[in-house]
Design a protein around this ligand. Structure first.
Ligand SMILES: [Zn+2]
Length: 449
């Protein structure tokens, strides 16, 4: 917008920094141009006002790890109550049948669900490229443009099928050459650089147990030649540690280092089972970790050592993870889950709702290598989420910001991305949610036929 908009006097604000924005923020041309301190008025001319006196104002939430296609297999009977490896083995044959229209429907629905929960930026890890779906990233780009979140689409890969001792069925894996060619193609075609980017690409071999060592090394070279980031799952379970030891003779972090991945352009999903010495090495390298509380609880994977990782220098962000292991894609609920799971590891005064909000905003932005989003400050992108507390669950609460997390907020009232409203009064304004849901339900039924 070329007019200036004052988000005036919010009920409460979390801006992910120490600056005073008690009386709100001013937005113009898609960026924040002023923080209005408590008891102050804007110094800039104001064209329009949003009265935020009934709203808690947050930076748009940032999800650092997801598998949007998995929204099609939520609460899937054969995968219920299983550990990670058998859970994967139950789902792989179903996922192998994924078709282009199904992925489009899943991406639209997952992004909508996230947007409605206050999430303005989504990193998705798509690693399924069966014969019918070689243009998966193209499909996701088109769906993301329809819904309107910023996206970091990671071109995943699996090259180690069951025939070669890997977990995935052979029909879901590609050769190293096919994968690398397509990685280069999608980066060239879709990756935007610089401030305000709406679509970014990263390269993301699925995990150490589904790609070859060569592919890990070649992917890193290709990413660095193109200036894009690297992503993978790591140290999610003890089974994975044992797999790495028996296959490579190395623990996951040693393996990561051996393939040139112990670096600040890398972020890892989960990052649970590290010892003290490994945490120090990850911190020294400034690696990022996408903390996935719900997924880790559902699969009983363990509890991420967030505080030790942060103290060592690791950037920690938050993620809902795939909707087959969550099974929701609700980012504000995930903030609450993060607080709860961390309270099982740390004392109540060591981890707070503000820590959890920081992970979901500035921490996540750092994990994705972005300094233009994740906080409310002058010059940052106008990505914001506004929540009202007009529900039974909040009645009787006194600290609005704490209430948002402790009482269990689950939907944003207003959401803006790059200065444009995408959600008003809890509804998507650019898309018909009923149509999205109908397409998605049909796709989910067709997938399991
Ligand atoms: Zn994952």
């Amino acid at each position: 917008m070329s007019t200036s908009l004052w988000i005036k006097k919010p009920l409460s604000i979390f801006n992910a920094n120490q600056q005073d924005a008690g009386n709100g923020i001013v937005i113009k041309n898609g960026v924040i141009i002023e923080l209005v301190a408590s008891n102050h008025e804007p110094t800039q001319p104001i064209d329009a006002i949003f009265d935020a006196s009934q709203h808690v104002l947050l930076p748009g939430l940032i999800n650092t790890h997801h598998h949007l296609y998995q929204t099609l297999t939520r609460a899937f009977p054969d995968s219920l109550n299983k550990r990670l490896f058998p859970w994967l083995q139950a789902l792989y044959p179903v996922w192998a049948k994924l078709q282009p229209d199904m992925l489009h429907a899943a991406t639209e629905l997952g992004l909508s669900e996230l947007l409605l929960s206050g999430c303005t930026t989504v990193a998705d890890h798509h690693y399924l490229f069966p014969q019918a779906l070689t243009e998966a990233i193209d499909i996701q780009v088109s769906a993301a443009k329809l819904i309107g979140n910023r996206v970091m689409l990671t071109r995943g890969s699996m090259s180690l099928g069951q025939d070669d001792g890997g977990l995935p069925p052979q029909s879901t894996v590609q050769s190293d050459a096919e994968i690398l060619d397509d990685c280069q193609r999608v980066i060239t075609q879709f990756h935007q650089q610089g401030e305000g980017a709406m679509v970014q690409l990263a390269l993301a071999p699925c995990s150490p147990f589904s790609v070859t060592t060569d592919l890990m090394k070649e992917t890193a070279k290709l990413a660095r030649a193109n200036g894009v980031r690297l992503h993978t799952h790591l140290a999610e379970t003890e089974d994975e540690n044992n797999f790495c030891l028996s296959t490579f003779g190395l623990r996951p972090v040693d393996y990561l280092e051996s393939v040139g991945w112990l670096s600040s352009d890398v972020w890892l999903a989960h990052g649970i089972h590290f010892n003290d010495q490994e945490i120090k090495r990850l911190g020294d390298a400034k690696v990022g970790v996408a903390h996935c509380p719900s997924s880790n609880m559902i699969l009983a994977s363990g509890i991420c050592r967030t505080k030790e990782l942060e103290a060592a220098g690791v950037h920690v962000g938050l993620a809902v993870d795939g909707s087959a292991s969550n099974d929701g894609s609700n980012m504000i609920q995930e903030v609450r889950q993060a607080l709860m799971i961390n309270r099982l590891r740390y004392q109540a005064d060591q981890v707070t709702h503000l820590d959890a909000l920081f992970w979901a905003t500035k921490g996540s932005a750092q994990v994705l290598g972005r300094d233009d989003i994740g906080e409310l400050a002058v010059g940052k992108q106008a990505d914001i989420a506004l929540f009202n507390l007009d529900e039974l669950r909040f009645s009787g609460s006194h600290d609005p910001l704490a209430a948002l997390i402790l009482c269990g907020a689950h939907k944003a009232d207003y959401v803006m991305v790059a200065g444009h409203w995408k959600v008003k009064l809890g509804q998507l304004i650019d898309s018909d949610i009923d149509e999205i849901q109908a397409r998605h339900r049909e796709a989910a039924s067709n997938l399991i036929l």
